[in-house]
Design a protein around this ligand. Structure first.
Ligand SMILES: Cc1cc2nc3c(=O)[nH]c(=O)nc-3n(C[C@H](O)[C@H](O)[C@H](O)COP(=O)(O)OP(=O)(O)OC[C@H]3O[C@@H](n4cnc5c(N)ncnc54)[C@H](O)[C@@H]3O)c2cc1C
Length: 452
């Protein structure tokens, strides 16, 4: 293997490049990316827009110089237009200059996802922003600095807009979130989403669930008007549309690569696509789900890094396998953390399990020690055999919900039962926990409710 060509310079592409060079320093690695932000942490965009990260340049996981020092050639502002898998060539078009054909021995696709455009009239109205790429983030930042807006409508109640509601409130902007589902943050069951909604309302965010934005129009006096399907309209200085993303597969399917049922590229555990010598990972592919033993679409930055690394090893002759995802995810909204690993109750039902989900609220550490806070845990297990299926957490940042959900992820990875969860030797000191950690307490509660 001489030449590794990578399309995509974000989490998956860079991880693949670094791993390949680490294992095989003699391999020529070239990355083609259509923008000029190689290896930027787009997960950090909300924190740049809030002002907590002062300079957009600080969002780079690594600088261009650091990447190039690893022996990787970067071709920024260059769009890959087509792949010829038989000739093993990719046609690329740089922003300046003539199109070029690049040959490869192995190709890795880390081409990511594309923001979903909802069926709302007037999405191109000035003052309506979509948020995924660095140039979109910088355009919104410029708008915020220049116009000092006072109000915003956020269309979509997923994790990006939860973070943006927090970020904009921090900037003194009045925020309304509109979500067509019955509750926000669908990674959580509806009941927990309701609790988060109430919390956000207490922070001054108006949250409208069960309504659809239908039309956006400019207002004569400036700003925009968002028409809602209940007949009301919401006036604001600007809007952000963040309603999810779909896999970017066009260039690969045009070359004959197959997709799975979700519409993302089909790959095996070695991250090989259905085309010879073409690998893929990250938001453009289906992901093996550890509990289900099936492939699903679960686009996350954490997963993209891992899949890129697996592919990077295999392209240079290795034999790595992507173990799988558990859907472990976490989001901080103001001072609250919402986290989940495995299935929530409604997902478990959807996948054919007979789940029992048991809620409990308990202190994060011994209550006699200052600053003890309540942590809400919903533990989901299989009613028929007591197997752990997942957990959701909602609590103040100091309750360590983010790290406690990781304990659940490890337990799921090890295919534990809920009884096993109660046996784990977890740490204890009064300022940080209890002899029976909240996780043990949740397990005991579940076993009592399930009589297992
Ligand atoms: C605001 C925001 C917050 C997020 N927060 C989190 C979080 O907290 N935790 C988490 O796990 N995930 C988070 N995510 C998701 C995470 O960012 C993505 O899962 C991850 O970036 C996917 O990485 P990727 O490399 O697969 O693709 P992408 O990051 O989508 O990158 C795709 C790359 O391909 C390039 N490209 C695409 N097509 C072409 C072409 N034809 N030619 C040349 N180049 C091309 C693009 O320029 C880009 O470099 C967040 C996403 C957003 C938008």
């Amino acid at each position: 293997m001489q030449d590794l060509l990578i399309i995509g310079g974000s989490d998956a592409g860079i991880s693949a490049a670094l791993r390949a060079r680490e294992l095989s320093p003699e391999t020529n690695v070239t990355i083609v990316l259509r923008d000029s932000y190689p290896n930027f942490s787009i997960c950090g965009i909300p924190f740049y827009l809030s002002g907590e990260v002062a300079d957009w340049k600080n969002l780079a996981h690594r600088t261009r110089e650091e990447i190039e020092k690893s022996g990787i050639k970067l071709m920024s502002n260059t769009v890959a237009e087509s792949i010829d898998p038989l000739a093993k060539e990719v046609n690329v078009r740089p922003a300046q200059g003539d199109p070029v054909t690049i040959g490869y021995d192995r190709l890795f696709l880390g081409i990511g996802a594309v923001s979903r455009q909802p069926n709302i009239e007037g999405l191109k109205t000035p003052g309506v922003f979509v948020l995924r790429w660095m140039d979109e983030a910088r355009a919104l930042h410029e708008f915020l600095e220049k116009n000092q807006p006072k109000s915003a409508v956020l269309i979509g109640g997923g994790y990006i807009n939860m973070e943006m509601a927090d970020a904009l409130t921090l900037r003194g902007i009045r925020v309304t979130v509109i979500e067509h589902n019955p509750s926000i943050l669908k990674t959580l069951d509806v009941e927990l989403g309701e609790i988060l909604k109430t919390y956000m309302e207490a922070k001054g965010v108006q949250v409208l669930c069960g309504f659809r934005a239908q039309r956006i129009q400019p207002q004569q006096e400036g700003g925009i008007l968002v028409h809602v399907d209940n007949g009301n309209s919401l006036g604001a200085d600007f809007a952000i549309v963040a309603v999810g993303a779909f896999p970017n597969t066009g260039i690969a399917t045009a070359a004959g690569a197959r997709c799975g049922p979700s519409g993302a590229l089909k790959v095996n555990r070695r991250m090989e696509t259905t085309l010879a010598d073409v690998y893929a990972g990250g938001d453009c592919v289906e992901t093996h789900h550890t509990i289900l033993g099936k492939d699903v679409y679960l686009p996350l930055g954490s997963t993209s890094h891992k899949q890129g690394r697996v592919a990077g090893e295999n392209v240079v002759g290795g034999n790595a396998e992507f173990v799988g995802s558990l859907g472990t995810q976490v989001v901080k909204v103001f001072e609250t953390v919402a986290a989940r690993a495995g299935f929530n109750d409604s997902d478990a039902v959807q996948y054919g399990y007979d789940p029992l989900s048991v809620d409990m609220k308990t202190w994060d550490h011994k209550v006699y020690y200052p600053e003890a806070k309540r942590l809400h845990i919903r533990l989901t297990g299989d009613r028929s055999n007591g197997k752990l299926l997942g957990a959701q957490f909602l609590g103040h940042v100091s309750t360590e919900a983010a790290k406690r959900v990781d304990t659940i992820a490890v337990a799921l990875h090890a295919q534990m039962s809920i009884a096993n969860l109660n046996d784990i030797d977890l740490s204890y000191t009064p300022p940080l926990g209890s002899p029976w950690d909240p996780i043990h307490q949740a397990a005991q509660n579940w076993l009592k409710a399930g009589r297992i």
